[in-house]
Design a protein around this ligand. Structure first.
Ligand SMILES: NC(=O)C1=CN([C@@H]2O[C@H](COP(=O)(O)OP(=O)(O)OC[C@H]3O[C@@H](n4cnc5c(N)ncnc54)[C@H](OP(=O)(O)O)[C@@H]3O)[C@@H](O)[C@H]2O)C=CC1
Ligand SMILES: CC1=C(/C=C/C(C)=C/C=C/C(C)=C/C=O)C(C)(C)CCC1
Length: 322
């Protein structure tokens, strides 16, 4: 299970990096693992430029479950103030309770991020209570898991509204202050599904491609404005949070289902090092390039060899909680 191993190793080296105990062997080993040339070079540079997040005010959507909840708690442990938004009140409150129990500062707001008015209203309340948000993590997401003709229109619409269009509203709510202070970070949890297609994910893949390109385009606009506001978009392979329950990874030695823990650590690492696009695992960089440059037939053969065609056959997704 090379991938899990390299993910775990990444986590291990990552932890070493926090202690700033960079030994050349660790760095060497880190390089050997399945990271693309570009990422390794960037990593070498980024390893020594991790920024301290203490005192940052982080708004994270979808903080009631899965990687959103994990990232919120981990950032709170780093001294961040957490503004947790979720439509799932119970989960959101649990996340905030746990942070407060550990001595952190956190605020829970019920918010359906697909409801623009609600987003703007909650954003105002959050700024009054917690202060101006300096890191926005657009994490909330849904997936229907139906083939194109089976997918009901309402779910297709909702998928775009949550996975992509909501990023406009949350970013419009918090970016002005970041630009004014010339300090801030927008993080979009997009997906590798924004760059790779699979059956029963037409709406999901299209919405994640929109989310990825939103972040990419915004980062170029901010670059033109010489802004210090950073943009990171994260493109994980399937993660074992329950959202993609039943997803099948045919060649786990190539790309295996990720642990929420390793994804949360990598997202935070990406924020600390101002990463731009973060494929998880890093080897997807190579696959993405291959998939783009191969003639279509060869690309389809590569994807079917990798198991894409049957990956969603047994998809059940998250069992709706009570
Ligand atoms: N799991 C995976 O395999 C992968 C996930 N991703 C992306 O990572 C992100 C997090 O995924 P993951 O942690 O697995 O997902 P989870 O389903 O575990 O958590 C998502 C959270 O977002 C909440 N949410 C859903 N809709 C809304 C809404 N309209 N407004 C506010 N909150 C909402 C959910 O609430 P509720 O529980 O009530 O639905 C849930 O608390 C998503 O964007 C997902 O697309 C990317 C790659 C792989
Ligand atoms: C990338 C890639 C593959 C499969 C990618 C898939 C199917 C990604 C699915 C991602 C999901 C479900 C994300 C959820 O948000 C293969 C075929 C293993 C070959 C190597 C390149």
């Amino acid at each position: 299970m090379a991938n899990v191993e390299s993910e775990a190793l990444r986590g291990e080296v990552f932890r070493l990096r926090i202690d700033n105990e960079i030994k050349s062997t660790e760095l060497e080993v880190f390089k050997q693992k399945s990271f693309s040339r570009r990422e390794t070079c960037d990593d070498a540079r980024r390893i020594f430029t991790q920024r301290d997040l203490n005192g940052e005010i982080v708004c994270i959507t979808g903080a009631g479950n899965g990687i959103g909840a994990l990232i919120a708690k981990k950032l709170a442990d780093k001294g961040c103030v957490i503004v947790a938004l979720d439509v799932n009140i119970k989960g959101n409150d649990e996340t905030v309770e746990e942070i407060r129990k550990n001595g952190g500062e956190a605020y829970a707001f019920k918010c359906d991020v697909s409801d623009r008015a609600e987003v703007y209203e909650v954003a105002k309340k959050a700024a009054k209570l917690a202060g101006d948000v300096t890191i926005l993590i657009n994490n909330a997401g849904i997936v229907g898991g139906k083939s194109f003709l089976e997918a009901d229109d309402a779910m297709v619409q909702k998928t775009f509204e949550v996975n992509a269009i909501s990023h406009f509203w949350t970013t419009k709510a918090f970016l002005p202050k970041m630009v004014e202070k010339n300090h801030g970070h927008i993080v979009s949890i997009a997906s590798s599904a924004g760059y790779f297609a699979a059956p029963k994910m037409v709406d999901y893949c299209a919405s994640k491609a929109a989310a990825a390109h939103f972040a990419d385009s915004l980062s170029v606009e901010l670059y033109k404005a010489n802004s210090a506001v950073k943009v990171t978009w994260v493109c994980p392979y399937a993660i074992a949070t329950g959202m993609f329950e039943g997803f099948f990874a045919k060649r786990p030695w190539l790309v295996d289902i990720l642990t929420p823990e390793s994804v949360a650590e990598s997202v935070i690492y990406g924020i600390q090092t101002n990463a731009d696009r973060l494929f998880l695992p890093g080897s997807l960089n190579i696959s993405m390039i291959l998939n783009q440059i191969l003639p279509r037939k060869a690309g389809l053969t590569f994807l079917s060899w990798g198991g894409v065609l049957d990956a969603m056959n047994d998809f059940v997704g998250r069992k709706k909680k009570n």
